[in-house]
Design a protein around this ligand. Structure first.
Ligand code: CTP
Ligand code: MG
Length: 404
């Protein structure tokens, strides 16, 4: 596969046995330490009973966009991940297809779910096997399993899980317990309690050598399929593979109850607010621009707290609750080449300063036209670019000038 070749070309021999820290630092330098195929299985066939809502939580909208789309995006932006198998209930197939189209997810294949989470995951794994239904996907070396309802995960942690799985056969995210675990008698009395410091909460993602987890599921008993909840345990019981446990960030929590949807919305707003776009150009019709931006962003499912601020001059607000859209207007007519150069270097300086405050700053230059069709095209492009930049939070484009 082309991507792996490119990846391995960049991978020097000594990286094979590199520690996570080495690999992370390679990643920061733009080099990829993953030189083997990686795929993801996202179980999303549950009904979300505990939310008490009629819509399964993975399809509930947060800021206009279904929760599952955020999770898919978190994997899709990682370039060393090749494919994502999303496992959904039969009745959600069309809805999932619409989501893939609307949000332009390109690495996703849909598979039909099962009656329990384990069955759904196994169906997902079968997509890479000869025994699965439909066209077979390229078998990965490592497969990451992750709940579709845990949308907040970063590339550095995925990398740790992936490299550990490749080395040890299985790996999983854990968190310290917040409460002590007790065992109750059938009558509802305390039987005994566990020593909290010795135990961990098992979270997601988990990583596996594909052949190991596939074999583990093939040996799974009916009882395990029905009542089991832990994939790492299956790898241990059926393949003798003891997983490495890696402490993950608190952001790995799972949307379980209705109020978790509100918390997820708050987290997403918070992260969006840490990106900013400066729009520059010769546009004099600030009122029109403001309306276009607001309507355009909302149509793209992006949360807008207020009409984007149209400001004269290049400023950057640190109000963390706003997506701050500042417009620097060059109303003196066509910008000369040197003016554009000055502007580009000013943006670069501002972006460097902003990044110290964890704000990624982007700039889009408008080519304003009095022709209404041309103007509409420019505005649409401007909205698309703005949404993509703010959502992706890509450090690579911070301080860069784009053209709409
Ligand atoms: N899941 C699945 N197939 C099932 C059951 C669950 O793919 N038959 C998925 C869910 O969609 C979710 C993940 O497994 O992404 C974690 O499960 P959980 O949080 O328990 O979700 P639900 O089963 O949907 O919720 P509830 O238990 O409240 O009904
Ligand atoms: Mg469940």
């Amino acid at each position: 596969m082309e991507k792996h070749e490119t990846c391995s070309e960049r991978t020097v021999e000594r990286q094979r046995d590199a520690t996570n820290e080495d690999c992370l630092s390679e990643l920061t330098k733009g080099r990829c330490p993953v030189n083997f195929p990686v795929a993801v299985v996202l179980p999303a066939a549950g009904s979300g009973e505990r939310t008490g809502l009629s819509t399964p939580k993975q399809f509930c909208k947060i800021l206009g966009r279904p929760l599952i789309s955020y999770t898919i995006h978190a994997f899709e932006r990682v370039f060393w991940i090749d494919s994502i198998v999303v496992v959904v209930a039969k009745e959600s197939h069309d809805l999932m297809t619409d989501i893939i189209q609307k949000y332009n997810h390109t690495k996703v294949k849909i598979v039909e779910g099962g009656s329990t989470r384990h069955r759904s995951i196994f169906n997902g794994l079968l997509a890479f096997s000869e025994q699965g239904f439909g066209p077979k996907l390229q078998k990965p070396k490592v497969v990451i399993i992750h709940d579709a309802v845990r949308p907040f995960l970063e590339e550095d942690f995925l990398l740790k899980i992936t490299l550990a799985a490749n080395k040890q056969g299985a790996s999983g995210a854990v968190r310290p317990l917040v409460s002590t675990v007790v065992a109750a008698t059938t009558g509802g009395y305390l039987d005994h309690s566990l020593e909290r410091a010795r135990y961990r909460a098992s979270e997601m993602p988990q990583g596996f050598i594909y052949d190991i987890i596939y074999q583990a599921y093939q040996h799974c008993s009916e009882a395990e399929f029905k009542f089991g909840t832990e994939c790492l345990e299956l790898a241990l019981q059926h393949c003798g593979t003891s997983a490495v446990l890696i402490e993950g960030p608190s952001s790995l929590w799972k949307v379980t109850h209705k109020q978790d949807l509100a918390s997820a919305e708050a987290v997403i707003k918070e992260s969006l607010s840490q990106s900013a776009c400066i729009i520059t150009g010769e546009c004099t019709e600030t009122q029109n621009l403001s309306t276009w931006m607001k309507n355009g962003l909302m149509a793209e499912g992006m949360w807008v707290d207020a009409i984007p601020n149209i400001e004269q001059g290049m400023t950057l607000s640190t109000n963390r609750n706003l997506i701050k859209l500042s417009v620097y207007l060059n109303v003196s007519g066509q910008a000369s080449f040197s003016q554009e150069n000055d502007e580009a270097s000013a943006i670069m300086t501002l972006a460097e300063d902003a990044q110290k405050r964890n704000i990624f700053l982007y700039c889009v230059r408008l080519s304003y036209s009095k022709d209404s069709t041309e103007c509409e095209r420019t505005m649409n492009k401007l909205c698309q670019i703005t949404v993509a930049l703010i959502r992706d939070r890509s450090a690579a484009f911070s301080g860069q000038m784009l053209y709409a």
